[in-house]
Structures are given as structure tokens and as C-alpha cells.
Design a protein around this ligand. Structure first.
Ligand SMILES: *[C@@H]1O[C@H](CO)[C@@H](O)[C@H](O)[C@H]1NC(C)=O
Ligand SMILES: *[C@@H]1O[C@H](CO)[C@@H](O)[C@H](O)[C@H]1NC(C)=O
Length: 204
């Protein structure tokens, strides 16, 4: 057990250095398994694509068949309307689409709040964008694909499933103008919404 743990630690530190461990020692952590540092790099690559976009990073950090699903992003593209991008479908159906969309964005503040990952991905993050007047929080699931040829980007982002508080983002963009009191509270709506939350009691 102890030697397995030491072997795993050695592997995490030198994932690309091909340590000469016997097949038996490599059983619990091998070339097909993502390390914590690699998962963090995947997350930070995505963060950089949002916060300080470049075409070259998109080409390095993503697979050539990259696809992005996000009705939240679609609602921003659509300005809250029903088109041009249909809801429930790919937001960016190719790497070229994503690059075109992202290159036209101003840099967006983006902070990673939490990270989870598994052997071959996905890498999952919770994030926050310190926008004004309303902060925006979201979750992203990133499926990844191992690259055996690119030592700098051993895990590339293949599919993104991303949703966030697009209502707040629409407010920040002035697309949605809420009816607020001077103290920032809703002048209308919350009473009715609170009623809806107790719907199960009505059903009973
Ligand atoms: C590597 O680890 C994964 C996950 O535990 C396992 O599915 C796979 O069979 C392993 N591969 C080898 C070559 O041992
Ligand atoms: C805002 O909410 C108040 C309180 O419900 C209401 O009287 C007012 O008409 C609303 N204003 C708009 C522009 O909807």
C-alpha cells in the first residue's frame, strides 16, 4: 500500500518523465490517468480563454473537434430572444466557431472557486465573474481527451457544458432591466416566486 502511494506521488510529480516503474506498481495511476496538476492546467487554460483570449491558446488547449453547449451563452448571444441560436443545441459547434465568438469578446473577469476531476476527466469547475452591478456565478463540466503527442497540453478540452446566472449577466449588459427599489430589492415579483417554491404543498 505504502509503495503504491509513493509510486503515485512520484508519478504525479514526473508525469511526463516516464518513470521506470514496474507494471504492477503503475496499476493505480498510469498514463491514462489525469493528475491534480494536469486537471488544474485544464481549468486554468479555460479560464485564460475567457479572461485573456488568444487563438493560439484555443488551438493548443482544445481538440480540433471541440464543441460547446451553453444555453446561458446562447441567451447572451440571442439578447434574451429565441434566436438566432436555438436553445438546447450546440452554442459553438466547432473550434472555429468558438474562436470567432471568443475573439470578439472583451476580457471577462473570471475566478475559479472550486475544482473536481476524475481519472480521464471530466474537469469540473465552479466559477465567479466579478461583474457590476451583479456578480455572475456558474458551473462548467469539461470533457477532455488525452494527447500522447503534445507534452505541454496532455489533456485537451473536447466538450464543454457550461451554465451560469445569465439573468444577472443580462442585467449587467442592460438587456434585462429589472424593477428594483432604491435599496436594490425587487419591487415586484418575489412574493409570487416565493409562492411557486411551495408548489409541492399545493399539489398535495
Ligand atoms: C489505467 O488506469 C485506468 C483507470 O484506472 C484503467 O482503466 C486502465 O485499464 C489502466 N491502463 C493500464 C494500461 O493499466
Ligand atoms: C415596479 O414595481 C412596482 C411595485 O409592484 C409597480 O408599482 C410598478 O408599476 C413597477 N414598475 C414597472 C416599470 O413595471
Amino acid at each position: 500500500m505504502r509503495s503504491t502511494i509513493i509510486a503515485a506521488a512520484t508519478f504525479a510529480l514526473g508525469a511526463l518523465a516516464a518513470p521506470s516503474l514496474s507494471p504492477l506498481q503503475k496499476r493505480d495511476c498510469n498514463d491514462t490517468c489525469m493528475s491534480y496538476d494536469q486537471a488544474t492546467s485544464v481549468a486554468n487554460n479555460f479560464k485564460t480563454l475567457i479572461a485573456a483570449y488568444s487563438d493560439s491558446l484555443a488551438d493548443s488547449a482544445m481538440t480540433t473537434d471541440f464543441v460547446d453547449y451553453s444555453d446561458s451563452v446562447t441567451s447572451l448571444i440571442n439578447g434574451g430572444c429565441q434566436g438566432p441560436v436555438p436553445y438546447g443545441s450546440e452554442t459553438f459547434s466547432s473550434l472555429a466557431d468558438f474562436k470567432k465568438g471568443q475573439a470578439s469578446q472583451p476580457p471577462i473577469p473570471f475566478e475559479i472557486l472550486n475544482l473536481w476531476y476524475a481519472c480521464e476527466g471530466p474537469v469540473v469547475i465552479r466559477w465567479r465573474s466579478a461583474q457590476t452591478p451583479e456578480i455572475v456565478t456558474g458551473n462548467i463540466v469539461m470533457e477532455t481527451q488525452r494527447s500522447s503527442v503534445d507534452a505541454n497540453y496532455p489533456w485537451k478540452i473536447k466538450t464543454v457544458y457550461s451554465e451560469f446566472n445569465s439573468g444577472a449577466w443580462q442585467v449587467n449588459l442592460n438587456v434585462f432591466k429589472p424593477n428594483c427599489t432604491a435599496s436594490g430589492n425587487a419591487a415586484s415579483g418575489p412574493v409570487g416566486k416565493k409562492m411557486k417554491r411551495s408548489l409541492p404543498m399545493h399539489i398535495m
